[in-house]
Design a protein around this ligand. Structure first.
Ligand SMILES: Cc1ncc(COP(=O)(O)O)c(C=O)c1O
Length: 392
């Protein structure tokens, strides 16, 4: 039988990081001690009280039934309460909160909701590759917005022509940014809101690393800007803040119409998520946030250990403002994919080549701070030694 994939599935971008995972496994299979800093999978466990909340909930047969289609009202209340406490943002839990099956799903759904053939979606370049997946599935076209060290990793809003603006329907933003670790400014968000209003563009601020800001600076929520709700939503995931990546729970907050549209598409895809997981998410959001503070302190220590050790060996690493990544410049003119491969083979350290995040990621590799301070120091020393041996 000739089973043919639909055209839109054939258009899906290649999973760049699948190849990296395979290469790491091959080098490990040769018996080498590889320090894998290539992925973005949190290494620490979910806080105990959240796991306990799941255990209690799962023993209650009420959680074994279908969830309400649009999620537990208790969870939406907890989200509204969390945003009020954390960001001073007031939300109507029923109209301005949608429960998502992980942040990634929400990002893909947004593209499906608003993009027709020929429509443009603005994406950061470099940026999280999965924005492109949703755009391709929907039949839209990605319009990369270069973000570079020169512009503080904030895109130039004047770079688009009026004809392009007329075609833009969706605008993906992400601060703290994966992969660069950069933060946004209030002025930048306000400029985005002004443009979005002028051109009827739905803004989606991906706040996956919202909890992870360094040097005592809390990352800015898009919804903290006065008119943000008029143009879009923010997507917040439990994956990073509470080390719940495997649990698949996140939420979108903001513009009522966009929330209604997300609920609409999800009515057709899912019956929300396992009620016991939603109960555990309520516990995470409403209980003491000491575990989050501890997590941020851990990442800050790791960041500082990695940077200090690299510097001790003569390698300068810019400090990220947030996220759990360092964005490491590589020697001028060297291809990032080749650099990552040679580093893996020559120093047994795996990093993600910048090219995998877009054309403007070239010249860098992404280092995940997802290992102990000791291993990160060892990795910094190995990388610095490799750069000197190979390029200096
Ligand atoms: C920038 C960014 N957005 C979204 C996600 C998706 O998170 P999840 O689907 O686990 O909520 C990730 C995960 O790595 C990410 O790095």
């Amino acid at each position: 039988m000739d089973i043919r994939l639909a055209e839109r599935i054939n258009r899906l971008p290649a999973q760049f990081f699948a190849a990296l995972t395979k290469r790491v496994a091959e080098v490990q299979a040769l018996g080498h001690d590889v320090i894998n800093l290539g992925q973005g999978n949190p290494d620490l466990p979910t806080p105990k009280h959240v796991v306990e909340a799941l255990r209690t909930a799962v023993l209650d047969p009420a959680t074994h039934r279908y969830s309400p289609f649009r999620g537990l009202p208790r969870l939406k209340l907890a989200v509204a309460d969390f945003y009020a406490r954390t960001y001073g943002v007031e939300l109507n839990p029923e109209e301005e909160v949608a429960i998502l099956v992980g942040g990634k799903t929400g990002l893909v759904e947004i593209a499906e909701l608003y993009l027709d053939k020929g429509d443009l979606a603005l994406v950061p370049d470099p940026g999280y590759p999965d924005y492109l997946s949703g755009i391709e599935l929907a039949g839209g076209t990605a319009r990369p917005m270069p973000i570079t060290a020169d512009n503080g990793y904030l895109p130039d809003l004047d770079a688009l022509s009026p004809a392009e603006w007329a075609r833009v329907k969706v605008w993906y933003l992400n601060y703290p940014n994966n992969p660069t670790g950069a933060g946004a400014t209030p002025e930048f968000f306000d400029a985005v809101i002004e443009r979005a209003k002028a051109h009827d563009v739905v803004v989606v601020h991906d706040f996956a690393y919202g909890a992870i800001g360094y040097d005592g600076v809390q990352p800015l929520s898009f919804l903290q800007r006065p008119e943000a709700k008029t143009v879009g939503v923010e997507i917040y995931t439990m994956s990073k803040t509470y080390n719940m990546a495997g649990w698949r729970v996140a939420f979108a907050v903001g513009n009522k119409d966009v929330i209604a549209h997300l609920n609409l598409i999800q009515d057709h895809y899912y019956v929300s998520i396992f009620p016991a997981v939603q109960e555990a998410a309520v516990a995470a959001l409403t209980s003491d946030q000491a575990s989050v503070e501890k997590l941020v302190t851990t990442y800050q220590r790791r960041r500082d250990a990695f940077i200090a050790e690299a510097q001790r060996h003569g390698l300068l690493v810019p400090a990220p403002a947030g996220s759990f990544f360092c964005w490491l410049p590589i020697p001028k003119g060297v291809d990032s994919v080749m650099f990552a491969e040679e580093l893996l083979v020559g120093a047994h350290v795996a990093v993600a080549p910048g090219r995998g995040f877009g054309e403007h990621g070239e010249g860098y590799v992404r280092v995940g701070l997802l290992n102990t301070e000791e291993r990160l120091r060892e990795a910094a020393a190995r990388i610095a030694e490799f750069v000197h041996r190979r390029y200096v």
